[in-house]
Design a protein around this ligand. Structure first.
Ligand code: ADP
Ligand code: NI
Length: 219
């Protein structure tokens, strides 16, 4: 990448760090940093456009629908304004905004189809951060932020078939494992992400098994 591109990436990392530091629901700067690093590794392996992948990974959560009253167009809008200010070429801005629009999880019964290799890479990286040890921690952090119960055996998980329904959901955090987290390993696009996802999935599986055993007073 040119020094010019490198300085845009550096500026963007600083900008996002300023925006998201201290965010308490699992979308903090450290999430972005992990996704950025994972996305770079996947992009290299998959030979995706590194500049588009890095910008999209860095900007993918700045306008998350969960923090803008459900408006899911905010991400691309805020990202476009920032990239225009950084004089990113219009052809790249269009591609980055498309990736940002496509990465978010919309419910168990909805499609994960994306339209570019760069979107596949960023979506895989984002989803890898939702599973495994970090994924478990993020789910309970998010649930705590929203005042949710950790678990309630009387409330069954729901496999949402629309994004609207998924967004309205307010069930206990353990249900989120069945509604999203356990589904992710089979929805990875790239081979390298599938390999990482398998390990993280097995760890979560073991965690939930032990959680339920302890819940019922394991002896
Ligand atoms: P991202 O935008 O990073 O793909 P989300 O915005 O969907 O992910 O969620 C951010 C984090 O909060 C993820 O780790 C996700 O699993 C978790 N999360 C989202 N919704 C819930 C929920 N209803 N219960 C528990 N955790 C959730
Ligand atoms: Ni994310």
């Amino acid at each position: 990448m040119s020094t010019y591109s490198t300085s845009i990436i550096d500026n963007t990392a600083r900008h996002v760090q300023n925006l998201l530091t201290g965010e308490g629901s699992g979308h903090d700067w450290w999430h972005i940093r992990r996704v950025w690093r994972t996305a770079k590794a996947l992009a290299e392996e998959e030979q995706a456009d590194m500049f588009v992948v890095e910008l999209a990974a860095l900007l993918h959560d700045i306008g998350d629908h969960k923090f803008h009253n459900g408006d899911e167009t905010m991400g691309a809008k805020l990202s476009r304004a920032w990239m225009e200010q950084q004089q990113v070429p219009e052809s790249k801005i269009v591609r980055v905004c498309q990736v940002i629009d496509e990465v978010s999880f919309k419910g168990a019964g909805t499609s994960s189809a994306v339209s570019s290799l760069e979107a596949q890479v960023v979506q895989d990286a984002d989803r890898l951060d939702a599973i495994g040890a970090i994924g478990i921690a993020r789910a309970f952090a998010y649930g705590g932020h929203k005042g949710r119960e950790m678990h309630n055996p009387a409330v069954a998980p729901v496999l949402h078939t629309s994004f609207e329904e998924y967004k309205k959901n307010s069930g206990p955090t353990l249900n989120h494992f069945y509604e999203k987290l356990f589904l992710l390993k089979d929805r990875m696009h790239t081979a390298s992400a599938r390999r990482l996802a398998a390990k993280r999935h097995d760890f979560m599986d073991e965690f939930v098994t032990r959680f339920l055993a302890e819940w019922d007073g394991e002896r």
